[in-house]
Design a protein around this ligand. Structure first.
Ligand code: GLN
Length: 279
């Protein structure tokens, strides 16, 4: 198809509707891909203008074809926004989600309120939690992950956002030294059986970052066993949880300190904060 007019560009929207859900989302995605191809900013209002150069047009069409296979928009663009900052992403890391901003916002609030100085972000992936907190509060942060490839992305993102977060390869706490005021984590928490039946875009994301074992709680158990050795007195542990895991995770951490559950903007249980920890 030759995309020589604005009208023809708009005809590409229905092509995307199947994967993106509805027309509005499809138009948004088309504009994101269009801006990406032309090297324009994707942020703010993007207007479709034509004619396009033939090679740009061919690229746009090929990206749409990729998107039609349910490859996530964020992996195609190679970057995504989180807490107002831009992060590089690829198939080695989970795509930063709006749900996770609930955790970052709560951590930011507590860091400001209590004047915390040091943060450990485990299962960091793209680094979006630790880096956005370092950038927005000035806290010193260590980013850790078991995946070397994820840590490479986190390292790039730390530099890109002008922070000096330190990457450490570690299987949860295995390689971590010292204590911190805040520990944050968005660990894998999907039940293994559900991982097998994930569909669409999530299938492109790293299973390592999603699979939380048989009941989805493996990582919470392991974090429970290890975190108190790495948390300062009066520190806080903040973790993302699945919408149906509040009760079980609460039960698990109840003996460690005061547990608070925080809901996301959809009103679903999303974050657990463990405070007043008895070390
Ligand atoms: N929220 C993600 C999802 O539902 C899961 C993230 C995780 O396991 N930490 O796909």
């Amino acid at each position: 198809m030759i995309v020589s007019s604005r009208e023809q560009l708009k005809k590409l929207i229905p092509e995307l509707s199947g994967v993106s859900g509805d027309e509005r989302e499809a138009e948004f995605e088309l504009k994101q891909l269009y801006a990406y191809v032309l090297g324009k900013s994707r942020l703010g209002a993007v207007e479709l203008e034509s004619p396009m150069k033939e090679e740009d047009e061919a690229r746009l069409i090929s990206l749409i074809e990729r998107r039609k296979t349910h490859e996530p928009l964020q992996y195609i663009l190679g970057e995504w926004e989180f807490m107002g900052l831009t992060f590089k992403v690829n198939k080695d890391v989970l795509i930063p989600r709006q749900d996770t901003e609930t955790l970052a916002e709560e951590a930011e609030r507590i860091i400001g309120e209590r004047g915390y100085r040091s943060l450990l972000d485990i299962c960091t992936g793209s680094g979006c939690i630790g880096i956005s907190l370092a950038k927005r509060t000035g806290i010193g942060a260590i980013l850790s992950d078991i995946s070397e490839k994820a840590l490479e992305i986190a390292k790039t993102n730390a530099l890109l956002n002008g922070t000096d977060c330190k990457p450490v390869k570690s299987n949860l706490f295995s390689n971590i030294e010292g204590r911190f005021d805040v520990i944050t984590a968005n660990p894998p928490y999907i039940r293994s059986a559900e991982c097998g039946s994930l569909q669409g875009e999530v299938l492109h994301e790293p299973r390592l970052a999603l699979d939380g074992g048989e009941d989805g709680l493996d990582f919470y158990r392991r974090i429970k066993d290890g975190f108190s050795e790495h948390l300062n007195e009066n520190g806080v542990l903040l973790m993302e949880i699945g919408f149906d895991q509040a009760e079980s995770v609460n039960e698990l951490f109840a003996c460690c300190g005061n547990v608070r559950i925080i809901k996301d903007i959809c009103g679903l249980d999303r974050v657990i904060a463990v405070d007043g920890i008895k070390i």
